[in-house]
Every structure is written in structure tokens, then in C-alpha cells.
Design a protein around this ligand. Structure first.
Ligand code: SF4
Length: 403
């Protein structure tokens, strides 16, 4: 979004292709940013306004690039736009969705709640149109929609579109996925419901999330009062992600603040190998050292298992700073799972070079194609937006005869 508005606002036409039915990527699913603790919705709203007001930007969602060919200044892209089955001719609201019965996991909330087949991805979604998940629309829900919706509001025969466009330069900002925590067998994610991941914690803490912002544990809805944060869950581990994911120390420190702000009696413990808070971000960490309800234990968690008290969890760890082997009990555990570039599983159809982890190698090996943000390396929102602005400048230089 940043690259698109930066390029468009100096006069270039931009086509923005987004796989999800809404813009905003992973960032709009966060509760707050560090270090200022402001919600991402503020910056998002500003960018949406800039996009709405700028006729030079065309947005396609849910859409992917299925073919890309050519050279700098003269690329051709084929864009596949999937049907959302909602025409946009009428404005819909949740009074319609409430009358449907079949449900699907809510991807936006990482599956912690469910939506009906007709849904709006989230409260601030842009484009604002609802989406219909045709695969879960039951026969009875289809009949109900025919009864309650104005004729023409949905089109169950809507076809995929395939568009060909000519473009001068390409910016790849395909983002990241959380590491699949079920691969960390010793940490019990997927087996014990009160072990969650850091991205799930963002949705738990968010007002628009599955619990309305209450940090409660999934198994029984009990208020989480003693929460463990397990760092490097997958990252810096030769068997999983050998690199540091760069943001998860700060993300956990931020989430400890959520826990403490929402409940003055709550306690939090962070289990870490190293705490990586670069530059001025270290202040954020140091300010937390004076809080008696926050503990830091240097040690890699060996195992998470069920405690005798229903729903509670036992964390087994060796404290390398002198306390020896510990078995500590918590009511919720948050895994600081790392970043996997989206390019690891799904590459754009072009001859780009990737490193062994799926990050785009360097600025890219192709003149006229520029990578930004987590497509290139693990990084936070601030660095991503700077990368995006730099990529927009490189694209503009390319269109003006530069490299
Ligand atoms: Fe581990 Fe922190 Fe690096 Fe994340 S940022 S991989 S938690 S050291």
C-alpha cells in the first residue's frame, strides 16, 4: 500500500494486486504497533483514504499474478481475479449473515472464531464489499440468501476474471506467514488449546478480535493471569528456521504490555535465548525491567505439557543464569513463532532468485523488479514502509531510464 501511494502521488499509474479479499496484509491483523503502542488502523485508514482519492491506483482483490513476462519498462502481467460472488450493487450488513447457519473458520482471527459463508473479512476491510465462500454455502443457506437479499446482491455464477496489463516496473511485496507451530512438537501447539502463537495473541488482545479484546484462554474462557512467552519458537533453530525473525522479541514485549495493561494483577514470564531490541527499541524493554510482575528467564524451553490443574500448562526450561532446571506453571503460553517469507511456499511466476529460505535475494536480480519488506528479509512495519518507499523510488527511476 505504501509503495502504491508513494508512486501514484508523484503521478504514476499503479495496479495493486492483493491475494486476500482486503488490503492491509498481516499488519491490519495486529492489535498495536511497537514502540508507540498505537493501533495499525490509524495508518491503514490514511493509506486507504490516499488510495480512494487517487484515480491512478487500481486495486484488484482477491487476485494474484499468474503470469509475468518482459523486461524493464515493458512487462506484461496476467492477473487472476477470483470471484467474491457479491456484486457490490447493494450494501450488506451482518443482519443478513446472522440468518445463515453453515460456518467456516475465520482466517482473519487465525481460526479462533468462525464466520458464516457470507462475511465481511473485518470491520475496517477495504474494499468494503462482503465475500461469499461458495465452498461452505449450504443448500439451505443458498435458499435463505435468495429469500432475504435484494435480487442481484450476489451472483453465484460469477466467473473468475483474467486480465492482461502492461507495466513498466514491478514491486514484489508478498509479505510473510507465521511459522507453522505444529512442527514444534515439544511445544504442544495444536495439542494443548492454551498454547497459542503470537499472531493469535494479537487478535485476542484486539477489540475487533474473537473475544472483544479480553485475554482469556481458549480451553475454558478463564482470564489469563499468568502468561508465558516462549521466544525463538522455530527461529534460530537449524531444524526449523535458522535465522532470527527480527521482530518477535519486540512483539512479545509488546504483548506482555497488553497482559499487564488489561489486568493489573496479571503476571508474565518471558523465556528467551537473547533479547533482541535494536537501537532505541531497547528503551521499551528496559522500562519493563522494573515491573515486579514481569520475569525474564534466560533459557530455551524444552517442553510444554499439561499441568495437573485443568487447562494449566507446565513449562520445562533450564535457566542458564543459575536457577537450574525449572518446571513452571502457567494458564496461557504464547509462542513467539517466526516469519516465513510468503515466497517460500508460493513464488511469483517470474525468474527471481530466492535464498534457501524463500527470501528474495537482494533487491532482485532483474532490472525493473524490486522487492520490499518481508519478501526480502524479516523486518518490522517501520522498516517495511521505508523499504516500500525505496522500492517505489527505484521503480520510478527505472521508468525514467535509470537502472
Ligand atoms: Fe528469537 Fe528474538 Fe530473534 Fe525472534 S527476534 S528470533 S524471539 S531472538
Amino acid at each position: 500500500m505504501t509503495a502504491a501511494v508513494e508512486a501514484a502521488e508523484v503521478g504514476y499509474r499503479v495496479i495493486l494486486v492483493e491475494k486476500e479479499p482486503y488490503l492491509g496484509g498481516r499488519v491490519i491483523r495486529m492489535n498495536r504497533y511497537f514502540p508507540k503502542m498505537c493501533p495499525p488502523s490509524c495508518g491503514f485508514e490514511i493509506n486507504v483514504r490516499r488510495i480512494r482519492q487517487n484515480a491512478r491506483i487500481t486495486v484488484y482483490t482477491p487476485a494474484t499474478v499468474e503470469e509475468l513476462a518482459g523486461t524493464a519498462g515493458n512487462f506484461k502481467a496476467r492477473i487472476r481475479v477470483k470471484p467474491r460472488y457479491v456484486t457490490g450493487a447493494y450494501s450488506l450488513d451482518d443482519s443478513f449473515t446472522a440468518q445463515l447457519s453453515a460456518t467456516r473458520p475465520n482466517d482473519f482471527n487465525y481460526g479462533m472464531d468462525r464466520t458464516t459463508a457470507l462475511y465481511q473479512p473485518h470491520d475496517m476491510a477495504y474494499p468494503t464489499d462482503y465475500v461469499l465462500d461458495r465452498a461452505v454455502l449450504s443448500a439451505s443457506d443458498e435458499a435463505k440468501l435468495a429469500e432475504i437479499l435484494p435480487a442481484g446482491a450476489v451472483d453465484l455464477d460469477m466467473a473468475e476474471q483474467h486480465l492482461e496489463v502492461k507495466i513498466g516496473a514491478v514491486i514484489v511485496a508478498t509479505g510473510w506467514q507465521p511459522y507453522d507451530a505444529t512442527k514444534l512438537d515439544n511445544l504442544a501447539f495444536g495439542r494443548l488449546p492454551n498454547v497459542i502463537t503470537n499472531v493469535m495473541m494479537e487478535r485476542l488482545a484486539a477489540r475487533g478480535g474473537p473475544t472483544g479484546g479480553a485475554i482469556i484462554r481458549p480451553s475454558d474462557g478463564k482470564k489469563a493471569e499468568n502468561v508465558a512467552f516462549v521466544q525463538c519458537a522455530g527461529s534460530r533453530d537449524e531444524k526449523h528456521l535458522p535465522y532470527c525473525s527480527a521482530v518477535c522479541c519486540m512483539a512479545s514485549l509488546k504483548q506482555i504490555r497488553y497482559v499487564r495493561e488489561k489486568n493489573e494483577n496479571a503476571r508474565a514470564t518471558m523465556f528467551y535465548i537473547d533479547i533482541r531490541t535494536l537501537g532505541s527499541l531497547e528503551k521499551f524493554y528496559y522500562e519493563m525491567l522494573d515491573d515486579a510482575n514481569i520475569s525474564f528467564v534466560k533459557g530455551k524451553v524444552a517442553e510444554i505439557s499439561e499441568a495437573p490443574d485443568a487447562g494449566d500448562l507446565l513449562v520445562k526450561v533450564e535457566d542458564t543464569l543459575g536457577q537450574g532446571n525449572l518446571h513452571l506453571q502457567f494458564d496461557l503460553v504464547v509462542l513467539a513463532t517466526g516469519m516465513v517469507p510468503a515466497g517460500a511456499a508460493e513464488k511469483i511466476p517470474f525468474r527471481l532468485t530466492y535464498d534457501e529460505h524463500g527470501f528474495i535475494d537482494g533487491t532482485t536480480n532483474i532490472p525493473g523488479v524490486y522487492a520490499a519488506g518481508c519478501a526480502k528479509h524479516p523486518c518490522d512495519v517501520s522498516r517495511t514502509t521505508k523499504d516500500a518507499t525505496a522500492a517505489a523510488l527505484k521503480a520510478i527511476q527505472c521508468l525514467n531510464g535509470g537502472a
